[in-house]
Design a protein around this ligand. Structure first.
Ligand code: PDD
Length: 295
């Protein structure tokens, strides 16, 4: 594995991080996960723009431009010969003795990156997933892709321990998002999702889905809805860089619609894949289209 750290590409044995890194001590940093399909980066610009925005929101001066970040991401993909998987990039406020306030201006952010080979979750995309609702105990700046993920970690664990694949955050009775995903419901042909504000991360996959919905002339309502509304949806799905568009077949053990992936969800999955040229070229999109219409 080749890692990126502060301008250098390093082998495993050359890589080291300080115990005084503020990411380690406080989770004082931001990150991104960027998908790679068959060696081709997917929506990298959008992810890297969001990384710059997240850093700015927590007052970290990222020492790289968008163009430089793209170069780093491409270089990581190439040096690791990453085929299908993702690139992880992380920026922390730097290394300094552990006091809560920001360190001196001379302390530079620490930027690291590496790649992870992982296949598309074909089976889950096909059969769907189960969600469990959990109390959203996170802070109120969920729009920032912060390293502080304790609320998300606890929620995901609770979901897994109940035999589900993803948690569904509910705050003040309102469905917000998943522990590592955004959520959408479909009722009578209308697509519902939470507005992009400080209660959720404005996912890149979420934005792609909204774009696809508009291309399909699918009506979209970006408005808060309750857990009871979620139970009553005809279809439900969650989205993320790795989970893509995952149909949800149960929430808290109750079937969503007929308890199988819905038709509009299938249509969105199909157009999502059809827009990834390497998947089309490799025949993977066709395969899913066939499976999708067969079920
Ligand atoms: N998680 N909401 C939360 C809380 C997330 O952590 C994520 C992604 C999303 C979806 O965002 P996107 O479509 O840009 O991946 C929404 C990443 C993948 C993770 O933490 O691993």
């Amino acid at each position: 594995m080749i890692y990126f750290k502060d301008g250098e590409y390093l082998r495993e044995e050359q890589m080291n991080l300080s115990v005084n890194d503020r990411g380690y001590a406080f989770g004082d940093g931001v990150y991104e996960v960027i998908k790679v399909y068959d060696g081709v980066l997917y929506t990298a610009n959008e992810h890297l723009e969001r990384l710059l925005e997240s850093a700015e929101k927590i007052k970290i001066n990222l020492p790289y431009t968008l163009e430089q970040l793209i170069k780093i991401t491409e270089e990581l993909q190439q040096q690791n010969e990453l085929s299908t998987g993702h690139i992880y990039l992380q920026v922390t406020r730097g290394v300094a003795p552990r006091v809560h306030q920001f360190p001196d201006q001379s302390v530079l952010p620490v930027v690291i990156g590496y790649t992870v080979e992982n296949p598309r979750p074909i089976e889950q995309l096909e059969s769907g997933a189960a969600m469990k609702s959990v109390d959203d105990m996170r802070w109120l700046r969920c729009d920032i892709k912060s390293l502080n993920l304790l609320g998300n970690v606890l929620a995901k664990q609770e979901a897994i321990e109940s035999g589900c694949q993803e948690a569904l955050f509910v705050r003040e009775g309102i469905v917000r998002e998943g522990s590592a995903s955004n959520v959408f419901g479909i009722k009578e042909g209308v697509l519902y999702t939470h507005p992009a504000n400080h209660f959720i991360l404005n996912g890149i996959t979420r934005r792609v889905v909204l774009q696809l919905a508009s291309e399909l002339s699918l009506p979209v309502v970006e408005k808060e809805f309750t857990l009871a509304d979620a139970y009553a949806m005809d279809e439900f799905f969650f989205t993320s860089t790795n989970a893509e568009i995952t149909p949800v077949v149960t929430i808290d053990g109750k079937s969503v619609g007929k308890g199988v992936p819905g038709q509009i969800t299938r249509q969105l999955q199909n157009v999502f894949e059809a827009k990834i040229p390497v998947l089309v070229a490799a025949g993977q999109a066709d395969e899913r289209n066939t499976n999708g219409s067969a079920s």
